[in-house]
Design a binder for this molecule. Structure first.
Ligand code: NAX
Ligand code: K
Length: 521
């Protein structure tokens, strides 16, 4: 799914009005109606008090449409205008008149802390105060209103984006944003729903289709893509009946030191389970027996040293090499890595101490092949690119780094983001149970296994991040967040592949009836 920027949304809005020959008021009516339908489908006329808070721009206009439609359908509605400025938008004003025509209970104007109405925990708050047009810090009294929303513990439904949340800046403090239970976002989810510092402002989100110009939406490329099953399916390379293992490449996993051989075992296993034809592990001598025993499918090459990697020398011709899991940062290992890079032309995936070595010795970056994949966790990333001010600053710096060194960088986290030059791929699978030892080694293995069988480094990375998360999602159903471990993620990789081709379940009879009933209304 594409994540359109604020500018692109305004453009889509404008083009839709021109091409469909409708007014902006019509478009607002569509947007508000979609939110009304969503609420109506769930509440079915229940008399829960609904408090609709409207700003004075178009987000507020949406709120007025929602309130009007709820009133017309007999809901228990109170409407408020958060009167923060005199500059009311044209469509706000039109809908302000329209709501006055359907009810004697005109919207209440709020302009300071004393005005806050009584709201109970069982009530619903519709937050239509600020949308994507937020362009300055929120007034202190409005901050207090947002804090008041939180204290009521009521269900908060935000329209388009939680009010106070900007599409391009991190909020100055937590009180200047509405904490939404659910956000109904028009056209596209916003990037801020996925960033570590801002995702908390909405527990759930959903996109509502408001019929914007299809041509524009189809043909406009975005800087950010959201990656789910629909996005990875076209990447999948099917297997032919007469294929043999030689067609799926040979992964070479270089890593490990005394006490950290498990990392190599996990990455090697994951690589084979992701579909590599052959897997070899390159480890210090102490790793020979453990890997041969724990993972008989792998071949093992050993360093001359017992405990660390001191020289990378092998006779095989791998299709892809991964370096770094459990490898340590001994000077001899750094030198061995440098010597290897000087003659290596094979695609590379670098993780863990491999990244720490690059951070220690930046000159090595110039020796990396084009489109080498780096998979840092936050601390490793910081060592590599330096500190950042906030999530937006981090993305800016990673993009610049990716461009400068021609690398693919995977920012690991709850929503792992793959960065390739200026483009961001935001993953949607995975869960907190995956924050566990060895989980990253498994990801490295999956990426390596996919490159091995012919996926481009970028496609392999996007696909691997998705599969890794999806396996974790299957595994968590059996093991729970606490007991899930990295080996389980490997065990469920097969399910993640099979799930790609599973068709969605047909809707239940009651769901069809509900949908029909809403249409008639
Ligand atoms: N294509 C779309 O996505 C559509 C968008 N619509 C709605 O339009 C919204 C955008 O509307 P607008 O551009 O009018 O902007 P908003 O309604 O988001 O609010 C901005 C308004 O408040 C003022 N403002 C901004 N920051 C403020 C602050 N901190 N304190 C006080 N006042 C502040 C601005 O001057 C402006 O008048 C979207 O979020 C969405 O809800 C829909 O009406 C129709 C279609
Ligand atoms: K809002």
């Amino acid at each position: 799914m594409k994540l359109f920027s604020k500018e692109q949304i305004y453009m889509a809005d404008k083009l839709t009005i021109e091409r469909q020959n409708i007014s902006s008021t019509d478009l607002m009516e569509r947007a508000g109606s979609q939110v009304f339908n969503w609420i109506h489908m769930r509440l079915q006329g229940a008399q829960v008090p609904i408090h609709v808070f409207c700003g004075i721009g178009n987000n507020g206009g949406d709120g007025l449409v929602i309130a009007r439609q709820l009133i017309l359908d007999g809901y228990n509605v109170k409407t408020y205008v958060v009167n923060c400025s005199d500059k009311r938008s044209k469509d706000f004003l039109i809908n302000y008149d329209r709501i006055k025509n359907v009810t004697k209970k005109w919207p209440t104007l709020l302009s300071c802390d004393d005005d806050f109405p009584v709201i109970n925990a069982e009530d619903v708050i519709v937050d239509a105060i600020f949308g994507i047009g937020l362009n300055r810090p929120v007034d202190p009294w409005i901050k207090n209103l947002f804090k008041y929303f939180r204290n009521t513990k009521a269900f908060v439904l935000s329209v388009d984006i939680p009010s106070g949340l900007s599409t391009e800046n991190i909020p100055v403090d937590e009180d200047s944003v509405v904490w939404a239970t659910y956000t109904l976002s028009f056209v596209t989810p916003k990037l801020v729903f996925f960033l570590p510092e801002t995702a908390k402002y909405t527990v759930h989100w959903e996109v509502l289709n408001i019929g914007l110009d299809e041509d524009f939406l189809m043909n406009t490329t975005t800087e950010v893509d959201l990656i789910g099953k629909n996005e990875v399916l076209p990447l999948y390379i099917p297997r032919e009946q007469f294929s043999h293992k030689g067609q799926f490449g040979h992964s070479l996993i270089i890593g490990g030191c005394y006490g950290k051989i498990g990392a190599v075992t996990l990455a090697s296993k994951a690589s084979l389970s992701a579909g590599a034809g052959l897997v070899s592990a390159y480890v210090p001598k102490c790793g020979y027996i453990p890997i041969q025993t724990a993972f008989p499918e792998a071949m093992v090459i050993t360093d001359t040293d017992d405990e660390i990697i001191t020289k990378i020398d092998f006779k095989i011709t791998p299709s892809v090499v991964s370096f770094g899991v459990g490898v340590g940062t001994d000077t001899k290992t750094i030198n061995a890595f440098e010597d290897f890079l000087k003659q290596n032309k094979t695609p590379l995936v670098i993780d863990a101490d491999g990244i720490n070595i690059l951070a220690k010795k930046k000159s090595l970056l110039q020796l990396l092949p084009l489109n080498t994949v780096l998979t840092p966790h936050p601390k490793e990333l910081e060592r590599l690119i330096g500190d950042w001010k906030d999530d937006f600053d981090k993305l800016k710096k990673v993009k610049a780094f990716s461009k400068k060194h021609k690398l693919i960088i995977v920012i690991k986290g709850a929503h792992t983001i793959t960065v390739f030059q200026d483009k961001l791929y935001v993953n949607t699978t995975g869960n907190p149970g995956m924050a566990t030892a060895g989980s990253g080694d498994v990801l490295t293995g999956i990426i390596t296994g996919l490159i091995s069988q012919g996926y481009s480094p970028l496609n392999a990375t996007i696909f691997a991040v998705y599969l890794h998360g999806k396996s974790g999602d299957f595994a968590v159903e059996k093991y729970g967040y606490q007991s899930l471990n990295a080996s389980h993620i490997i065990n469920y990789l097969g399910d993640a592949f099979i799930d790609l081709f599973r068709l969605p379940e047909p809707p239940q009879e009651e769901e069809i009836e509900e949908a029909e009933a809403t249409k008639k209304d």
